[in-house]
Design a protein around this ligand. Structure first.
Ligand code: PLP
Length: 393
């Protein structure tokens, strides 16, 4: 396969990435190495590979698999990172990150995906991890940061699409001797590259936009080679590496990431503008709307505003339920980032595990619906939403 040059764009480089292994058949794709182990000529060969004198693979669970390595090379390219680690799910990636860097305390900034909240507040707290929650303001955060801590946040966040200032947060954390990680799932590497703003770790649930077809479960972390080393050891011994067959599917999905995300950005913007004018909608949460509190910051650090938006339907739980039960093109399903449009009511799915009080504190009302915009025609999606909104009495 052709080699890319330094001046090529990220997508051109990704599409023409050289194989990390010699392929005698010259496949344009990285082959699937569906194997758990690799053979050696003799004991010296084993030692040369284990001690780093010769390239080679030892065992797939260790991440030593050519298909996985090729995927990680693509993931690193997309996030302008030195290296990347691929995991069996977004939660597996987050767990390894917290295990490796959360021992001196984890400060969570603003709201997060419900599963992450549960992992931090229930599982990790129960085994002695100190978890601190901060409102999103810089001042609150500064008071809580301690040297050695891990600061963690989502931007845009799930499901309120809150945007946090990446460079300012990274600077505050580093000044206080803390490391900082972002879950950038909603943004995708097409719309935002947090490492360029000084963030130390970028995490994605690759189940979402990176996979893009609602058919694989995967996760990843990108960052510097040095910082990812200890996460790699946790991945190895937690056994949470991504399976080669899924890595192969994910690699294929990445090739269309840019075209998918750009189309989703456009449709989401169109729907956000239409919904903002609708009399049955109380509020639209979308970073691309001038009315959004995060609009200016989003414009500074994002190239596109993403395919996710949330709305508050006037009339609360019942009214939102009516819309959710009457959409035809939007599928009622608790995920996001696929080619088909999905819709959920967070209080019944991702945030069901929180108390009503906890949900109110983070701004997730019972009348909120979260929309993941797919690749259908924008006009068809708008007609679908209008027809469902008309069903509210
Ligand atoms: N991060 C965010 C923002 C999510 O929305 C999700 C899942 O919905 C996750 C992480 C967890 O990802 P996974 O389901 O791949 O474990």
């Amino acid at each position: 396969m052709t080699q890319s040059t330094k001046s090529d764009s990220v997508m051109s480089s990704l599409l023409h990435q050289s194989h990390p292994c010699d392929d005698p058949w010259n496949s344009p794709d990285v082959p699937l190495y569906e194997t758990t182990t690799f053979l050696f000529e003799n004991t010296q060969h084993v030692l040369d590979v284990v001690e780093g004198r010769r390239p080679g693979a030892l065992y797939t669970r260790y991440g030593h698999n050519p298909t996985l390595k090729a995927l990680e090379q693509s993931l690193a390219l997309l996030e302008h990172a030195e290296t990347a680690l691929a995991f069996g799910s977004g939660m597996a990636a987050l767990s390894a990150l917290f295990m490796a860097y959360g021992k001196k305390g984890i400060l969570v900034l603003g709201e997060t995906y419900g599963g992450t909240h549960e992992l931090l507040m229930q599982q990790l707290s129960s085994i002695g991890f100190k978890i601190f929650l901060s409102a999103s303001t810089q001042d609150d955060m500064l008071e809580l940061i301690q040297p050695g801590m891990l600061v963690f946040f989502e931007s845009p966040s799930n499901p309120t699409l809150r945007v946090h200032p990446l460079s300012a947060i990274a600077e505050s954390c580093h000044r206080k001797g803390a490391l900082v990680a972002i879950d950038s799932t909603f943004a995708t590497p097409i719309n935002q590259n947090p490492l360029d703003h000084g963030i130390d770790f970028v995490v994605h649930s690759a189940t979402k936009y990176l996979g893009g077809h609602s058919d694989i479960t995967a996760g990843c972390i990108m960052g510097s080679r040095q910082l990812l080393q200890s996460i790699d050891v946790w991945r190895k011994n937690l056994g949470s590496v991504l399976a080669p067959s899924i890595a192969h599917l994910l690699q294929r999905s990445l090739k269309t990431l840019e075209v998918r995300v750009k189309a989703q950005n456009q449709t989401a913007m169109y729907l956000a503008e239409q919904l903002e004018k609708h009399p049955k909608i109380g509020r639209v949460y979308y970073p691309g709307l001038a009315s959004n509190p995060g609009y200016t910051v989003a414009q500074e650090q994002m190239r596109g505003f993403g395919g996710m938006l949330s709305i508050d339907v006037l009339g609360g739980f019942k009214a939102a339920q009516t819309v959710a039960d009457h959409v035809r093109l939007f599928i009622l399903a608790p995920s996001l980032g696929g080619v088909e449009s999905l819709l959920t009511q967070p209080c019944t799915t991702s945030h069901h595990g929180m108390t009503a009080h906890e949900r109110i504190l983070i701004g997730v009302g019972d009348g909120m619906l979260r929309l993941s915009v797919g690749l259908e025609s924008p006009e068809d999606l708008w007609a679908d939403l209008m027809a469902a909104l008309d069903q509210i009495v």
